[in-house]
Design a protein around this ligand. Structure first.
Ligand SMILES: Cc1ncc(COP(=O)(O)O)c(C=O)c1O
Ligand SMILES: N[C@@H](CCOP(=O)(O)O)C(=O)O
Length: 433
């Protein structure tokens, strides 16, 4: 499989090259040259397949022959060593819980898959080179990537996160591991962190000193495996006669874009809902066709505080940049923090379900859509464990949440981070460390 740059000003890359580079030399995101739908019978008989079989079939065309089948099967198996339960809330609303992995967020899937792909390429290379993995995080990617790459020989991970804008547990997950993981605490927003990462890829002084890659969803090995669990949801549905609707709490739009890739592969989906907080660039675009990124606003669903979502360009490409075909499949709604807190309360009071603020935004999007579209089957993605947002959740449900032992231990650990005020300080760190 070859990948082209969405800036159309760089040579095509193999899967391996795209994973190792992260982003194309012209700063464009890589996109697969062909998307071959899977046979309809695969989706019809989906209940007969294990999660590993589903994942292998989904990803193999994108990897091509660059990882041998046995190794790819093993990578998939190790990536998916936890559950993805679909939990019923009401007759036509369920939630797909994506927080049963090691860092309690959906990012574990992509981070574990990518870490293993890089490990495979290092092991099978005749001239293995040390790699620096750069990550910008608004909360969860950093922890998942740190966990996925911890102790991996030949890999250094540098995480940039916005100071004071991630939850306490998220911060501890990315600042307490040590070894090959360094956390840079940036005086700015997630968008500033993401911009610094993208600029570093174009900075010859840095790239001539270190082999860089990105472990954000801009990297195809982080992005594409996120399509697996949309299909795991289909497999678990009890009601299969009604049209299926997914509501995806969205920030950088990698997750929903992966769901749309599953649709392009032939998965029957009636509608995707991009549910966002007050960072509403996409709902505005869906309303008036104007894509206007703007500085991000801090909210209680902090991991979605993104003012210029990286992956929206991929979503448009999936639909040949045709607004009308995209708007047939995609609806987008924005919700403020007050409404989100109320949704956490409603889910708890009415259904005894404890949602995190991101899942609650997903729930709200689905409820909004169901007002006008009654006979559909709705699934909202619960993208992180509520424990990661303890303050917000406990206040909203007016009740205490019991901390798992692993989290109590994590909270005791000492944060280690380096303060960064601007790109120059980041560059100095990259040149000198
Ligand atoms: C808990 C949680 N929910 C939702 C999102 C948004 O996902 P995406 O950036 O893929 O749109 C994130 C971060 O990416 C997250 O950490
Ligand atoms: N919400 C993310 C932001 C980065 O998203 P990614 O999927 O592109 O890595 C986070 O939690 O860090």
């Amino acid at each position: 499989m070859k990948y082209y740059s969405l800036q159309h000003n760089a040579p095509k890359a193999s899967f391996k090259e795209a994973v190792i580079r992260g982003i194309a030399p012209d700063k464009g995101l890589y996109f697969p040259e062909n998307i071959a739908p899977l046979e309809p019978v695969f989706f019809k008989n989906i209940k007969d397949y294990s999660n590993e079989e589903i994942a292998y079939r989904t990803i193999s065309q994108f990897v091509g022959d660059e990882i041998d089948p046995t190794s790819l099967q093993q990578i998939v198996q190790e990536t998916l060593s936890f559950d993805f339960p679909l939990v019923n809330i009401t007759e036509n609303i369920s939630t797909l819980e994506l927080f049963h992995g090691p860092t309690m967020a959906f990012k574990d899937v992509g981070a574990r898959f990518m870490a293993r792909c890089l490990g495979y390429f290092a092991e099978t290379s005749s001239k293995p080179q040390d790699v620096t993995v750069l990550v910008a995080t608004s909360g969860d990617t950093g922890g998942a990537v740190a966990n996925g790459f911890l102790g991996v020989e030949g890999v250094k991970v540098v995480i940039l996160y916005p100071s004071g804008k991630v939850s306490d547990i998220q911060e501890k997950q990315l600042t307490t591991l040590g070894q090959n993981i360094t956390a840079l605490e940036v005086n700015g927003t997630f968008d500033d962190c993401q911009a610094m990462v993208k600029t570093a890829f174009l900075d010859d002084e840095i790239t001539s000193r270190r082999q860089l890659t990105s472990a954000n969803s801009i990297n195809v090995a982080r992005w594409l495996p996120q399509s697996f669990y949309f299909i795991f949801a289909l497999k678990q549905l009890e009601e299969i006669s009604k049209p299926l609707v997914f509501s995806v709490p969205s920030g950088n739009f990698g997750n929903i874009c992966a769901g749309m890739m599953a649709y392009k592969l032939g998965m029957p989906v009636h509608q995707f809902i991009a549910s966002v907080n007050q960072n509403d660039v996409v709902p505005r675009y869906m309303e008036n066709g104007e894509y206007l990124p703007k500085p991000s606003i801090a909210t209680i669903s902090n991991a979605m505080d993104v003012g210029d979502p990286s992956n929206f360009v991929r979503i448009r490409e999936l639909f040949d940049n045709d607004f009308d075909s995209l708007s047939k499949l995609l609806t987008s709604y924005s919700f403020n923090d007050t409404v989100t807190r109320n949704a956490i309360k409603t889910l708890y009071d009415s259904y005894k379900y404890i949602a995190d603020p991101h899942g609650a935004v997903g729930y709200l999007g689905l409820v909004e859509y169901l007002k006008k579209n009654k006979s559909v089957q709705g699934v909202f993605l619960e993208t992180a464990h509520p424990i990661k947002f303890l303050d917000v959740v406990e206040k909203a449900i007016a009740s205490e949440v019991t901390l798992p032992e692993s989290i109590s231990e994590l909270i005791q650990k000492k944060k280690e981070s380096i303060l960064i005020k601007n790109y120059q300080e980041f560059k100095t760190y990259m040149m000198d460390s």
